[in-house]
Write a protein that binds this ligand. Structure first.
Ligand code: BTN
Length: 253
């Protein structure tokens, strides 16, 4: 069946100039008006969305706003791993093609030199059992305008700062779409286990003291990587516990 998924994948890209949100756009096309692997980019988003209901500031022509639709044949149980797999794919491209040293912050932020370069927003539609629909959104900073920079409340960086060169966003988009598809197909066939080493090499939190925020509750522990379901492993009082959701930040930070 995974061959079927590969065979049916269509990585055509729709290019928009103005859109509310590339994720919302693909979600609206469900279930019948979007093909497995179909992608969409826009120069501008009037209602770009980040995780936890936050706004994703999306100035015209400055960054990369990319979404891709993926049919989750093996069901929603695989969904937890998706954002991790996409993070790895983005880091593959940045490392192999642009020689950037990338770190991954569980579950889905991409960091360079301790600052956020890109974020991933995975949205799912479907029942808890059986196949589902998945829209993957990637926002990657290319060249941050001053007015936008002032509105961002966390340390950020962009490719212009890290590489200095002019980046061809078309080339970069094509590289990302190809690599994200490859990684998702590998994940579909073999699961997360063969990717755990790759993840650990770039794990921003590995062996660090962190605090985990789940709703109102704060837990402290030491990060010990991730497990094969994509859960974060937190060592609390000498025992490793899998964490499935929540916001992690460095302790004392
Ligand atoms: C985050 O770090 O909070 C995730 C940010 C995801 C932003 C991207 S930009 C393309 C796609 N469309 C959206 O509205 N959001 C995602």
């Amino acid at each position: 069946t995974s061959e079927l998924a590969t065979f049916n994948r269509k990585n055509f890209v729709e290019v928009h100039s103005i859109i509310d949100s590339t994720n919302s756009y693909l979600m609206r096309r469900l279930p019948n008006n979007v093909a497995h692997g179909q992608a969409c980019v826009s120069e501008f988003q009037s209602a770009g969305r980040g995780r936890r209901g936050k706004e994703w500031i999306s100035p015209f022509g400055s960054h990369l706003y990319l979404s891709m639709y993926w049919y989750l044949e093996q069901g929603m149980s695989a969904a937890m791993g998706i954002s991790l797999v996409v993070g790895l794919a983005v880091s593959d491209v940045l490392q192999q093609r642009y020689a950037l040293d990338v770190q991954l912050k569980w579950p889905n932020d991409i960091y360079v030199n301790g600052k956020k370069l890109a974020g991933i927003l995975v949205e799912l539609e479907g029942q808890s059992i059986g196949p589902g629909n998945c829209v993957i959104g990637l926002g990657l900073n290319i060249n941050m305008p001053k007015q936008s920079a002032e509105k961002i409340d966390q340390p950020w960086t962009d490719l212009a700062t890290e590489l200095g060169d002019e980046i061809d966003r078309n080339v970069l988009s094509a590289q990302l779409i190809a690599r994200i598809s490859e990684r998702l197909e590998q994940h579909h066939q073999f699961g997360l286990t063969p990717m755990l080493d790759d993840w650990q090499r770039q794990d921003f939190f590995y062996n660090k003291q962190v605090k985990l925020l789940t709703g109102e509750k704060e837990t402290r522990g030491v990060c010990k990587g991730i497990n094969s379901s994509g859960a974060l492993l937190l060592e609390i009082d000498g025992k490793q516990q899998p964490i499935y959701g929540g916001e992690v930040s460095l302790r004392g930070a």
